[in-house]
Write a protein that binds this ligand. Structure first.
Ligand SMILES: Nc1ncnc2c1ncn2[C@@H]1O[C@H](COP(=O)(O)OP(=O)(O)OP(=O)(O)O)[C@@H](O)[C@H]1O
Ligand SMILES: [Mg+2]
Length: 403
């Protein structure tokens, strides 16, 4: 979709594009009736190949959209981005949300590299309580990650995109489309395609805490397949083994929430929040020096993996299973892939990694990128990514002449 052509979506007047995620575009827009500025998220209702979708699938996707929107719309909480309205306009679903000035926790982590303990603990405790509120009302977020934690200028934290992950995955898997977005925060039960509850969100939140404090994602590998393998089969080293300044007590809180077996995690967000606050008020938020233990990490063998995961692996074309110790992770940077029009297949060094728009973590160094889309000429570019830097690859696609 080209932003320039859009004037209104539903009754909302588009003012500016503010961001883009894996599935949709976010605009600053205005409700003309009450003159309220909203964040309008627009998602394709009939994804990539509408002809492949049966009428039943379209209906069930519409039903799911409504149910999810109703559930998310019932959440009124100071630390949750309020959903005002949802609807469909032609082939687009839209969600009108509270417009949040400020940045995301992802940006804060990227800026700082590693956050100080008190700050990270505070943000995560607030989010754990907000999740508890939602879980109590039967709503699981499903996509807790730093990019979905908004930070207002006064430092208030608000969780964005409640329930939206389900919509995107529903529309994307129905046409056999590949997995989009980042898998690094997914719980093992999500990877398996199993039943999930609030504890899955707490797992993802612990991944956020781990990343914020160590500057490293606990499940980190070069390929999508290896990341998924690592989530399902490995336990990350406790945080204090990576940074001796992290108190083992805090490390223990993250390790508990990140347990592979949901039964071993915190049963509720408020339990995780109160452990974090207890830690904080005990004055342990300051760096303390502890003995660094030598890194140890068991690599377990492949276990049986559900067909859904295999499908993801196959589509991802990522057979190089190099689940490795995160401790020897190479320097990484980020590649953001944007094409006009969107929806092009992305080949990163010869392997399909997703469709535009998409952001991928890559090893620092030189990479070859190619976008391919039916009806368009392939577009290629090579680039050099420096450690911890983000490079945007934005390529226009030239339409092929009809033959
Ligand atoms: N309620 C909001 N108010 C203001 N800006 C927002 C709001 N929600 C999202 N944004 C902006 O739009 C960007 C894209 O958001 P979006 O949710 O589409 O992507 P994401 O969260 O990065 O990834 P994903 O598509 O996987 O959820 C965000 O990074 C943020 O800058
Ligand atoms: Mg988001």
């Amino acid at each position: 979709m080209s932003g320039a052509e859009i004037k209104t979506v539903g009754r909302y007047e588009i003012l500016a594009k503010v961001g883009q995620g894996a599935m949709g575009v976010v605009y600053r827009a205005q409700d003309p009736t009450i003159r309220r500025v909203v964040a309008l998220k627009v998602l394709p209702a009939d994804p990539v190949a509408p002809t492949e979708q049966t009428a039943a699938q379209t209906r069930s996707s519409a039903g799911l959209f409504e149910r999810e929107a109703q559930a998310a719309g019932s959440l009124l909480h100071p630390n949750i981005v309020t959903l005002y309205d949802a609807g469909r306009d032609g082939s687009w679903y839209y969600l009108a949300m509270e417009f949040v000035e400020g940045g995301t926790f992802a940006a804060e982590i990227a800026r700082a590299g590693k956050l100080d303990i008190a700050r990270a603990v505070e943000v995560v405790a607030v989010v754990a309580d907000a999740l508890d509120f939602a879980h109590e009302r039967g709503v699981v977020h499903r996509d807790i990650k730093p990019a979905n934690l908004m930070i207002l200028p006064d430092q208030t934290v608000k969780v964005a995109d409640f329930g939206i992950a389900r919509l995107s995955s529903a529309t994307s898997t129905m046409t056999g489309d590949m997995m989009v977005g980042t898998p690094h925060y997914m719980s093992p039960e999500q990877v398996r395609g199993g039943k999930i509850d609030g504890r899955s969100d707490l797992f993802s939140l612990a991944v956020v805490l781990y990343e914020a404090l160590t500057g490293r994602k606990p499940f980190q590998a070069e390929t999508l397949a290896a990341v998924l393998h690592s989530i399902m089969n490995s336990s990350p080293p406790p945080m204090h083994e990576i940074h001796a300044a992290i108190p083992p007590e805090l490390s223990g809180i993250a390790s508990k929430a990140i347990a592979r077996n949901a039964e071993e995690r915190y049963p509720r967000g408020k339990d995780m929040a109160s452990d974090l606050r207890r830690f904080q008020s005990a004055g342990r938020g300051e760096a303390t020096v502890v003995q660094a233990a030598p890194p140890s990490r068991k690599q377990s063998a492949w276990l049986g993996i559900a067909a859904g995961v295999l499908a993801i692996l196959l589509v991802g074309g990522a057979f190089a299973l190099r689940a490795r110790s995160g401790l020897s992770s190479p320097a990484v940077g980020y590649l953001e892939f944007v094409s006009e029009p969107a929806g092009a297949e992305i080949f990163l060094d010869g392997t399909v990694v997703g469709r535009t728009p998409y952001t991928s973590e890559v090893t620092a160094g030189k990479h070859e990128i190619e976008f391919r889309k039916l009806g368009f000429y392939p577009a290629t570019q090579s680039t050099n990514v420096e450690a911890n830097k983000r490079v945007t690859i934005e390529l226009p696609m030239l339409a092929r002449k009809e033959d």
